[in-house]
Design a binder for this molecule. Sequence first.
Ligand code: PAF
Length: 299
Amino acid sequence: LKLAHKKSEVRHIVADWQYNGDRIALVPTMGALHDGHISLIRQAHLHSDRVVVSVFVNPLQFGPGEDFDQYPRTLTRDVEICRKEGVALVFAPDQMEMYGNGGSGQDHFISLQISKMNEHLCGARRKGHFEGVLQVVSKLFNIVHADVAVFGQKDIQQYYIIHQLVEEYDFPVELIMGPTMRDADGLALSSRNEYLSADERKLAPMLFGGLQRLSDRVNDTMKSLKESGEFKTVLLDKSFISEEILRLEENNFNVDYLSVVSVPDLQPADVIEPGRLYVAAVAAWIGNTRLIDNIFLNG
Ligand code: PAF
């Protein structure tokens, strides 16, 4: 395993590999690697000859008062995990290397604006977050020059926004979505789970429980319609959503959103069309920790 802190080192190493015909996969991360990341690394191996993992806690995607300072930084451990997982290169730049000019990234003059896909879910709640993600991800694409990049389903809005970026700006990279990894009780793995107290941790799987119930109810409706030969668009029963929000709020969650949106445009769904794909997504606070999760729904 090679560890590089400079963009120029990465460019040289990857150019050499690609000259020899190797296909390169990139797994962008903010470190604090857990089994969710390991599963993305394993996906990356399936699609490439060499895997590059980037580790960079990107200040641009944290808003004022968010957990940038608190975010776990465990590079030595992350590198060991990458070594065990057969990663060829870890790219761990500091802020100065990544952004230059003081290193905060705040003083860049060009930023990508996201329109409709940013209006709901986390985009509506975390102003500037996805612009910050696009800033760093487009830099990583240009630095690493990978043939394929793997992002997790857990950050579903991030995935589809990056997908749109790749399409609209012709980044020569193929995107793969890695499935969400979960603890045995259903809680989606996240570096932020470390912030949970023991009591909060016990409650946290309720998020996925709510999504599953919602998905079962929508899927059951669609299935029984199909069985009766009716392939028709149905109104989404919003009372399912309100019930799940209520259940969470009664258990001391503070719900940012629980919504059903269509894929890939991420617009709120009022109806479910047969054959279309939707996602039910949730973001909620337990104490001081904000957790997100989502599940696909089939029309
Ligand atoms: O998903 C993440 O960990 C981050 O948003 C990413 C893609 C590494 C960009 O900083």
